[in-house]
Ligand binder design. Structure first.
Ligand SMILES: [Cu+2]
Length: 317
């Protein structure tokens, strides 16, 4: 009887904590979507210094450098200047804060921890903010329709220092204790230990070595990243090496680089360029940046005196 009551109370706690409404960011099919009025954008946050490529929807585990990325799903957002503000939650509304609550703040600037004034971005909007401390914050994204002057806004309350565990450790701990007590009392534990045979766990690890190489009919392109492996949102350089299929270094080639994520149907966030020919078939490619993890393709167009070829370099971040 006691057991039933405990479990019932705990269930109520769980249901309550999950019923809390979220703000302008919602999860749809495992991806986050931010709704700025009727306009939608993919939304994700990275904390590259602490959790690498892991993506967060709104709540962040620690106070650290955080990269907020919006990819527009609606073309109209490309023509609308967007500003981005992060404030401490001074509304007292927590998860339920709305635009009216933001408008009711006396001194918005005093509560603001980050502000980027309105700017146009072609297809990806990103900001970087380093949180100095944990707590409750509210993000406000506004987009202005330059024709009508109308302003659309999304308000999303979030927490920094969010463990995501809620009451779960407490609940699991209690259930373990209850179950253990039950087993001990019924004498089953001793019998179970006697029966259990030693289990051997074999972990198979397959290391896939993917050479940094793409092969076309005419040219073989290899690349290296002298500053270490590419990190999300980190501008970096590549050193390309181009040789013919017979192994001769290709010098004096014209190289153009494009690319993107085929699965997401978007291009590169930057326009990388070859800035220097280093000789012996080596070229420096500057301005490479990947703003999210996943499968990327770099499409490299190479023109030499003899031929012209497009080589696709695939990489997964
Ligand atoms: Cu993508």
């Amino acid at each position: 009887m006691i057991r039933t009551t405990t479990v019932f109370l705990l269930l109520q706690l769980v249901l309550q904590s999950q019923a809390l409404a979220h703000g302008g960011v919602v999860e749809e099919d495992d991806i986050c979507v931010i709704k700025v009025n009727y306009l939608r954008a993919h939304f994700k946050i990275y904390q590259p210094r602490v959790s690498g490529h892991e993506q967060f929807c709104e709540d962040l585990p620690v106070a650290s450098e955080s990269v907020f990325v919006m990819e527009f799903m609606h073309g109209a957002l490309q023509t609308m200047p967007i500003d981005f503000r992060i404030i401490r939650d001074v509304t007292g509304k927590g998860r339920f804060a709305r635009m009216e609550d933001i408008e009711g703040i006396d001194d918005l600037d005093a509560a603001t921890v980050f502000y980027r004034s309105a700017e146009l971005e072609p297809d990806v909007y990103s900001i970087v903010h380093t949180f100095e401390y944990e707590g409750d914050f509210i993000g406000i994204v506004s987009a202005r329709n330059t024709d009508t002057g109308e302003v659309y806004a999304a308000v999303f309350p979030f927490e920094v220092g969010f463990t995501g565990w809620g009451y779960w450790p407490f609940i699991i701990g209690l259930l373990v204790v209850i179950q253990f007590q039950y087993l001990v009392m019924s004498g089953r534990l001793r019998r179970w230990f006697k029966k259990a045979s030693p289990a051997v766990l074999v972990l198979g690890a397959v290391l896939l070595h993917v050479p940094h190489q793409a092969i076309a009919a005419e040219f073989i392109v290899t690349y290296s990243t002298p500053d270490g492996p590419p990190e999300i949102n980190q501008m970096h350089s590549w050193i390309l090496h181009i040789e013919s299929d017979t192994g001769d270094a290709i010098e004096g080639a014209q190289i153009e680089v494009d690319g993107g994520m085929p699965a997401h149907d978007h291009g590169l966030p930057t326009r990388p360029r070859v800035t220097e020919e280093l000789g012996d078939g080596f070229y420096r490619l500057d301005g490479v940046r990947f703003h999210m993890s996943g499968y990327w393709e770099m499409v490299i167009l190479i023109r030499s005196d003899e031929s012209e070829e497009t080589v696709v370099v695939a990489l997964t971040l």
